[in-house]
Write a protein that binds this ligand. Sequence first.
Ligand code: 8YV
Length: 325
Amino acid sequence: MQKMSPKVLVTRKLPAAVEARLSERYDVRLNPDDRPLKRAQLSAAMAHYDALVSTVSDKLDASVLQAPQRRVRMIANVGVGFSNIDMDAARIVNISVSNTPDVLTEATADIALLLILASTRRTSAAETKLRQGHWRGFSVVDYLGSSVQGKILGIIGMGRIGRATARRAHFGLGMQVVFYSRTPFADPTEELGYPARQVDSIDALMATADVVSVHVPGGRAGPLISARHIAQMKPSGYLINTARGDSIDQDALVAALVGGRIAGAGLDVYAHEPTVPDALLQLDNVTLLPHMGSATAEVRTAMGMLAVDNLDGFFDGSGPVNQVL
Ligand code: 8YV
């Protein structure tokens, strides 16, 4: 008798080549409409599939993961982040979890750089005006931003994406790099290959940096960057976030921007996606992107393929390559 293929639910649409590869090996249910699954659908899926290929929009919390008659044993998350999954709950019910690191590092750092430049040079507001037909012609004093050359970039979280962003900003934009990391660096300049300084607290970083860029995983009990931290930023400072919205006290950030207490922000991620606070939409000193740090055809395909590698590893017994649980 032929062995049954594992049943796999793919929660969102994936690049065609990835879906084709999944369909070859698995009894797969795809989501061609790409509509995010509701909580009840995710709970029901737990009893019908052997594995899920999920992503950031799937909130796999304790009540979903511990659904009755659970059959799912493996979750291959498409994304380096996995804060959409309650890892404690997954551990209790013995579900294996994998992510897709590395392949998106450079693309995400590119978007961080884009947000640094777009926010300091005010290009979003300028382009919006142009598109609305309000450009009256060149003016020496219109749309003045601030230069980044020689300014201090403060990186929070000096992991893969933090390093790739810092390297671009240093070599590409001529910025000085200061960073906060839980891991102590014996000699940052030696380790990174250019002059860089580690500070020992987020407070010190916020007060020192001209541009702060966040590169830490989300999913903590509370925001790592609190209202108190935001209050320590320079009035001329900019905050960039390409990591997770829940890492920053979003209400405090919005209040600081609305009150003009900081100069601007560049955001790719939000605390309650896809909701973007109305107050942000009204501001002309912010650049707002719809969570697209890794959104290139090449990278999203590579992420999907890595998720399939992880699934294959789980089912052939060699283990997921990027197992995080
Ligand atoms: C993904 C991300 O696009 O990898 C991550 O953690 O936030 C993005 O690169 C997102 O997870 C959806 O796949």
